[in-house]
Design a protein around this ligand. Structure first.
Ligand code: FAD
Length: 294
């Protein structure tokens, strides 16, 4: 099923990453089983920007497992920054063979001012390329967006202009970078509306459950941290259970407010932690049901 149709059925989705070192099919099966039980509209699987082919094929393989063994629609992330066109074509063929219908088309992180080693400079070029090398209804394409602006972009205005170009290349759904202040997301929605970006925008929510992971994420994506959040981390950083509980509460509060404000969808960065995802889903289950029935 394509994401544009899934959105009408379920507004709650999840994101996982391929385990990096010891790939144990048993452990990933267990995680997938628990996440599938949460009945997400789709689960997206990340893709290593500079990773080896083995790592990247893992994304496609995990998508196949989600679809065939758990009947959950997968969205395969695909980055282009380090890739040549022939490598992207190979990946698209592999996806078709595995029955994957949805791609999150990304550029991948890069060092600013360093020329791209592959054939693509921006995600919109990848989207153009997929559109011109596949049949019309073979893939639905999602893309990333940035409520606080992409860190490399000089102004929000310019970032939105680039986003519009990306959407016009053939995007069905946008998934946002994580953010911790919903007002940033609402301002961004307004700017998108004013720019004529009319595809659904799903809000990316990352529960803070670990200080060092948060610091890593924030150093690459540049998300700002409201005082309320930094106070919470400072108070509980040495108490993993308390930080987990506080992080789940913070994310729940964000989601409740987003749902009440009529958000198009919630994309939970589940980070391969099914217990955390389950708690959050349980906290907002009746709200999501109400939205799915609208
Ligand atoms: P683009 O849309 O190409 O934008 C990148 C920058 O270029 C922006 O500043 C934009 O304004 C600018 N730009 C775009 N077009 C033009 C133009 N024509 N002229 C000048 N400037 C332009 N990374 C991974 O490696 N693997 C993943 O699986 C992954 N998953 C992600 C999932 C989500 C939901 C999000 C939000 C991000 C994810 N990322 C992932 C990170 C992503 O690769 C980085 O944020 C990357 O820096 C930008 O990717 P993009 O597709 O948004 O790039």
């Amino acid at each position: 099923m394509k994401v544009r149709d899934i959105g009408k059925k379920s507004i709650f989705s999840l994101e996982v990453f391929p385990p990096k070192k010891s790939y144990s099919p048993e452990s990933i099966s267990k995680i997938f089983g628990q996440l599938a039980a949460l009945e997400p509209g789709f689960i997206s699987v990340t893709y290593g920007a500079g990773g080896s082919n083995i790592q990247q094929n893992k994304t496609v393989e995990l998508c196949r497992v989600l679809k065939q063994e758990y009947q959950v629609e997968p969205v395969a992330h695909l980055t282009c920054f380090n890739s040549r066109k022939d490598e992207i074509l190979t990946m698209l063929e592999l996806m078709k063979e595995r029955g994957i219908e949805n791609i999150l088309a990304l550029r991948g992180d890069r060092t600013p001012d360093v020329a791209p080693p592959g054939d693509f400079r921006y995600a919109y070029e990848l989207i153009d390329f997929i559109r011109s090398h596949t049949k019309e209804d073979e893939f639905d394409i999602c893309a990333a967006c940035y409520p606080e602006g992409h860190p490399e972009c000089e102004s929000m205005k310019e970032d939105i202009r680039n986003l519009k170009r990306k959407v016009d290349a053939g995007v069905s759904l946008l998934i946002s970078q994580l953010f911790f202040d919903n007002e940033d997301f609402y301002r961004f929605q307004e700017l998108c509306g004013a720019a004529g970006i009319d595809v659904p925008i799903h809000a990316g929510i990352m529960p803070v459950t670990n200080k060092s992971r948060l610091e890593r994420m924030v150093s690459t994506c540049g998300a700002s941290l409201p005082k309320k959040l930094t106070r919470m981390i400072a108070r509980y950083e040495n108490n993993p259970q308390a930080l987990m509980d506080a992080g789940i509460s913070y994310a729940t509060e964000q989601i409740v407010d987003l749902l009440a404000s009529g958000v198009d969808g919630i994309h939970l960065y589940a980070m391969n932690q099914p217990k955390m995802a389950k708690k959050i889903k349980e906290n907002v289950a009746s709200l999501i049901d109400a939205h799915n029935q609208d």
